[in-house]
Design a protein around this ligand. Sequence first.
Ligand code: NAI
Length: 249
Amino acid sequence: MAEETTPRIAIVTGASRGIGAGIAVALAKQGRHVVLMARNVDKLNEVAAAITASGGKASVAACDVADHTALAAAIEAVADQHKRLDILVNNAGITRDNLMLRMSDDEWDSVLNTNLRAVFVACRAAVRPMMRGKWGRIVNIGSTSGLMGNAGQANYAAAKAGVVGLTKTIAREMASKGITANVVAPGFIDTDMTGVLPQQIKDLAIEHTPAKRMGRADEIAAAVAYFTSEEAGFTTGQVVAVDGGMTMY
Ligand code: NAI
């Protein structure tokens, strides 16, 4: 009953579309009040409206996660406003693909800033209010590229591998405080991010996926919803690949 009057507060970054929007919908179905974070307020409002139309609770906080000062401030503002922060899902991410020999420092820096440093900054800002509440769930979105490497993605694979090390460290530091931290590593998922890839690359990725298809955002969201559930309090420092079998060995 307490859950109904004071829902747990969940921040989902990159919630304006794709996997992030799917995660926001799934968490709202769990009864969480979801705070949607991304840069495009109009798109965020659309996702929030869809959630509230189906009886869920959602609000919007526009933020560029690559602006690390603004990101920390936005997370602190959510915690102050609701007087709690329970769940953080770091999902916002970008690609700037290039073969390593041709990759510019700028391509490296922009991906590391958005996909790794922002995750560290967001986690650091979120654990303080979580510690006050003696409960927290952090889920960071990795990638199979971070587990296996991927030609053309030195920056992205390094950032996503970094997310694994960061998350396991947070899990160790925070386990005794009731805060868990886990990684969901998607395989090849049908979103705008992969929509821009040439058909031949898509065919190759599907060929390397035992399930012989792309995954869907709601299939990633289901794994995130487990890690953020009340029941998952003893599950921490784990990496679950939701990838149609691509990385199994
Ligand atoms: P997408 O490109 O469709 O959506 C990315 C989201 O992140 C958007 O809401 C975008 O606005 C937001 N975002 C990007 N940069 C931002 C910034 N600086 N500040 C605030 N928001 C920002 O991508 P998709 O496919 O939904 O990916 C979501 C996550 O899943 C990413 O971390 C991605 O790396 C990861 N992933 C995706 C895979 C796929 O096959 N689609 C595979 C493995 C991992």
